[in-house]
Design a protein around this ligand. Sequence first.
Ligand SMILES: Cc1cc2nc3c(=O)[nH]c(=O)nc-3n(C[C@H](O)[C@H](O)[C@H](O)COP(=O)(O)O)c2cc1C
Length: 316
Amino acid sequence: MLDWTDRHARYFFRLFSDNLLLYTEMVTTGAIIYGDRTRFLKFHPTEHPLALQLGGSDPDALEQCAQLGEAAGFDEINLNIGCPSDRVQAGRFGACLMAEPQLVADCVVRMRDTVNIPVTVKCRIGIDDNDSYAFFKTFVDTVANGGCTTFAIHARKAWLKGLSPKQNREIPPLVHDTVYRLKDERPDLTVIVNGGIRNMDQVEEHLEYVDGVMLGREVFQNPSILLDVDRRIFDQVTPVRTREDILALYLKYVDEELDCGTRLKELVPPLFGLFQGCAGARAWRRYISENAYRQDAGIEVLYDAASRAFDLQLAA
Ligand SMILES: Cc1cc2nc3c(=O)[nH]c(=O)nc-3n(C[C@H](O)[C@H](O)[C@H](O)COP(=O)(O)O)c2cc1C
């Protein structure tokens, strides 16, 4: 998720489970080829399993970026065919490519030919007036012919004109049944449903119909829904961490990152929602937002926030 799932947030989410597949933000092929490659491809070893999500439609550029992603150690390359923003459409990638399934298939072929890690696709269930099941199925079948066997599907269509990206995540209705139907008709494919999923009960319900569930906004707003994910979804009997355990572990990481020159403001975004629903959560958020963005802010801001909001004393 752009501006959200940077390497710090991914490190944070990994603390909840060793089993979750994490994704990078969408990175355009241009950003990798011409930009700060180290920044976009850098990750912590604990982030595995980790997918690099690419945005692009030029098979040469995608081939090159898939190679670089594999060499950097990513476990999967995911192609974004779901983002509807104007900027992305101008670059001819994202959701508008649902209208060009053969081009997407060609891109998949080129990437698969060059890497040994899986190449997967994230898409919508339609775009604009192309919102029939037949349109969606033709897209998936064509791309699957290029060798893609895993589809993560945001179960709402996108309007390419007239709606902002935010509206395109809220206004078109969610139709999870379309994703279930695909799995029913193409049991050979790995089908992952995405969109509006808010807790582990819902995750379990979706898993009756599909192979996987992708969570977006809710894990930022309320990451503690992941506290028992290993026990409930991955059938592990590992001890369940508490919010305080997660915070203590993340603070060690914050300390190390501050020593390397990372600013506190870059490290705090995933922490805002950690205590969602607990008494003191507002005071926690407010103290961090008022203090972590100062030029000289250090880790003591987080110790103070925990102490003021929850009377929680964390060893320095
Ligand atoms: C701030 C923000 C940035 C996003 N960036 C990406 C992105 O880079 N790549 C992507 O595939 N989806 C992106 N998404 C969409 C989410 O991955 C997800 O498909 C969508 O929010 C619906 O799932 P949810 O209801 O669980 O959030 C983004 C969503 C948000 C809110």
